[in-house]
Design a protein around this ligand. Structure first.
Ligand SMILES: [Zn+2]
Length: 264
């Protein structure tokens, strides 16, 4: 695929290839395994890096990989970020589905949550508890177009319910970022932009609760850095990429020795 990078504004080529070594990102010859340990930045996006090479905004592609249960592939990019496409996971999901994921021998790993694991940051928190898989996410924004929204995802119909939900930003933040030379590729083509009670995109929203669905999309993508789906009841309140990745760290440190089977 080819698309514009949100931060640089330049055209970036993304190539996904079969692999048997987990999910590995490749840029300029540097191989960066998808893992919470390789996360180098969680401000506004999730960036991974190694040996001085970074790749930003991996979360929407990672979420699409989660949605298709893809545990192994090589992702090569020609630039410093994953192309933004339409701001959702749907273009990635469709591309991967069309390519035809294949089953490989062996059992897919999973993490079975057997105790309460919590991370928090001020008023924001995420808790993972024993139980069947579910994600219940709640946000509360002062912008009236977003406001207070809650969504419960039970793991079904990722392609229909979660993948199409686009990222969003507040107009005042977008203006500030543009003034600072950031988010140069950001536009109404790859994000929902909100000005208090107004949605600026002429096409409107894809779901009345598109914002909270996108937060679920982000959390699934960040947790997929573990390489194994966490089975448990996960509740998130006003969380961020930083907290998503903090939970991924907690889970991998708790479960790697006992429950995480090697990928191959
Ligand atoms: Zn996102």
């Amino acid at each position: 695929m080819e698309g514009v990078g949100l931060h640089s504004g330049g055209l970036i080529t993304l190539t996904v290839r079969p692999s048997r070594e987990g999910i590995v990102f490749v840029r300029d010859g540097e191989r960066i395994p998808a893992s919470p340990e390789n996360v180098v930045d969680t401000r506004l996006n999730t960036a991974i890096g190694r040996g001085g090479v970074t790749i930003s905004t991996v979360e929407h592609l990672m979420s699409a990989l989660y949605g298709l249960g893809i545990t192994d592939c090589e992702v090569e990019v020609s630039g410093a970020e994953i192309p933004a496409m339409d701001g959702s996971a749907l273009p990635f999901y469709k591309m991967l589905l069309q390519a035809g994921p294949q089953d490989v021998p062996g059992e897919a790993p999973e993490i079975c949550i057997d105790r309460t694991v919590a991370v928090e940051d001020g008023a924001s928190w995420i808790k993972a508890c024993p139980g069947p898989f579910s994600i219940t996410y709640e946000i509360d924004f002062s912008a009236r177009a977003v406001g207070r929204q809650q969504y419960c995802y039970d793991g079904t119909d990722y392609g229909g319910r979660i993948a199409p939900a686009r990222t969003f930003g507040m107009l005042k933040d977008v203006e500030m970022m543009h003034a600072a030379g950031l988010a140069r590729g950001g536009s109404l083509q790859n994000a929902v932009v909100v000005d208090d009670e107004r949605v600026l995109n002429p096409e409107g929203l894809r779901f009345p609760d598109e914002f909270i669905r996108h937060k679920v999309l982000d959390l699934l993508g960040d947790l997929w850095l573990i390489g194994a789906p966490p089975v448990g009841a996960i509740r998130a309140y006003r969380a961020s990429h930083r907290l998503h990745v903090a939970l991924a760290h907690e889970l991998i440190s708790l479960y790697r020795p006992r429950d995480r089977r090697p990928l191959r």
